[in-house]
Design a protein around this ligand. Structure first.
Ligand SMILES: NC(=O)c1ccc[n+]([C@@H]2O[C@H](COP(=O)([O-])OP(=O)(O)OC[C@H]3O[C@@H](n4cnc5c(N)ncnc54)[C@H](OP(=O)(O)O)[C@@H]3O)[C@@H](O)[C@H]2O)c1
Length: 250
């Protein structure tokens, strides 16, 4: 994969799947804006490893003002952005047994980070891509949008359903303006997000669900995102590709 000359923003590039995506894009020669919120460590590591290509940008995506400022700063610094990878997300349990206010607070936080910020970044990205003559969005969705989730994660599943629908609408609406849109829908992937679930419910339960003998790693997802950013998949715009170790075959 040769991504020399490509400018790409990855949200949530500081850990897990986002960090693996950023590394793969950098290895392929792209210049990458690494968004993070509180975890600076991996971002600094990548900035040091790729001094001319990697730069970190901080924002709490729960905060609309901070999100807008970060995106404007990235566009300003990069000059032009060719692809935006919308990866940042949270997976917070909120069983229906919780009191309403507590349940609703987690619902709102999840929707704000996983869906509302994604909508805002998409809106700002479209304006930028229009100026540049086109661009690509890669949305990191989830198997949850298609299979559904367990009751502790209703907001998460709803946010990923919304994200998938958003991505498809972008593909339909802006294709003629050379704007492409893809979804990658992972299943369980070995990151901090999944470790919390494994610690609570046990690895056995997760392994039983998948067809392959071992859990997906972030590095199993990253090359697909690089391919989507490369332009070699443009005629698959609007598509969702599952990377779930055969746990939910549609
Ligand atoms: N792991 C899985 O099993 C799995 C399965 C399906 C889909 N996914 C999706 O894949 C994506 C990445 O998940 P992951 O497993 O790599 O998660 P992770 O290891 O928990 O990393 C989450 C990333 O999102 C960022 N983030 C979280 N809250 C944020 C906030 N308020 N503002 C800005 N950034 C925030 C984090 O940044 P900081 O650390 O800097 O806060 C971090 O970079 C998510 O969209 C997730 O839904 C994951």
């Amino acid at each position: 994969m040769d991504l020399q000359g490509q400018h790409i923003l990855v949200t949530g590039a500081s850990r897990g799947i986002g960090a693996a995506i950023a590394r793969d894009l950098l290895n392929a020669g792209a210049k990458v804006a690494l968004h993070f919120n509180v975890s600076r460590e991996k971002v600094i590591e990548l900035e040091k490893a790729y001094p001319d290509k990697a730069k970190g940008f901080q924002a709490n995506l729960e905060n609309t003002t901070a999100t807008k400022a970060m995106i404007a700063e990235v566009f300003d610094f990069m000059g032009s952005v060719d692809s935006i990878v919308l990866n940042a997300g949270v997976f917070i349990p909120h069983p229906v047994e919780l009191p309403e206010d507590e349940w609703l607070a987690i619902w709102r936080k999840t929707i704000a980070i996983n869906l509302e910020s994604t909508g805002l970044i998409t809106k700002m990205g479209i304006a930028h891509f229009r100026k540049m003559g086109g661009g690509r969005f890669v949305y990191i969705g989830s198997r949850a949008a298609f299979r559904g989730e367990t009751q502790e994660f209703l907001a998460y599943a709803a946010s990923k359903g919304g994200l998938t629908s958003l991505a498809r609408s972008v593909a339909r609406s802006f294709g003629k303006e050379n704007i492409k849109s893809f979804v990658v829908a992972p299943g369980f992937t070995r990151t901090a997000m999944a470790e919390e679930f494994i610690a609570k419910y046990g690895e056995e339960r997760v392994l039983k669900e998948i067809a392959l003998p071992e859990l997906t790693k972030p590095e199993d997802i990253a090359p697909l995102v690089s391919l989507m950013c490369s332009g070699k998949m443009d005629h698959a715009t609007g598509t969702t590709i599952d990377v779930n170790a055969g746990s939910h075959i549609r």
